[in-house]
Design a protein around this ligand. Sequence first.
Ligand SMILES: [Cu+2]
Length: 158
Amino acid sequence: MKRIAAALAVLVLAAITVSACSSSTGAAAKPQLAVTGAYVPQPPLQDMAAGYFTITNTGGASDKLVGVSSDAATDVSMHITTASEQMQQVSSWTIPAGGKLVLGTGGNHLMLMGLERKLTAGQTVTFVLHFASSPTITVSAPVEPADYQPMAMNMPMG
Ligand SMILES: [Cu+2]
């Protein structure tokens, strides 16, 4: 009788340990996203514009940017720039755990088509970012002069 009770106690302890362990792992394995440096260069044409930002993921799991909408354009698509300087549309971008997704001149960018208004420096464009697992993030991006360069790009590397 005593031996059975002891065995039960061990089983119960084991069950508690397993559930505590799996729940803490679950909490750690979530993406944690932050968007910085969003801007839209004042477009040279009236029918399309580009959008840039950086998404940093400090969480323990990767996430994917799967879609973007905006108050300034009827259509926002995600484009990469290929080695031959061609633009190509993609359906998602991965933001790795502990990593970042960088959009910038000459590389990954948002393409705004069907502009709702003329975009000039000083205005603000709103982007709504949709992710595979994280909640939606709304970003306010200032319209900057056409020749604007983000600070980070002017800093010496290393
Ligand atoms: Cu493009």
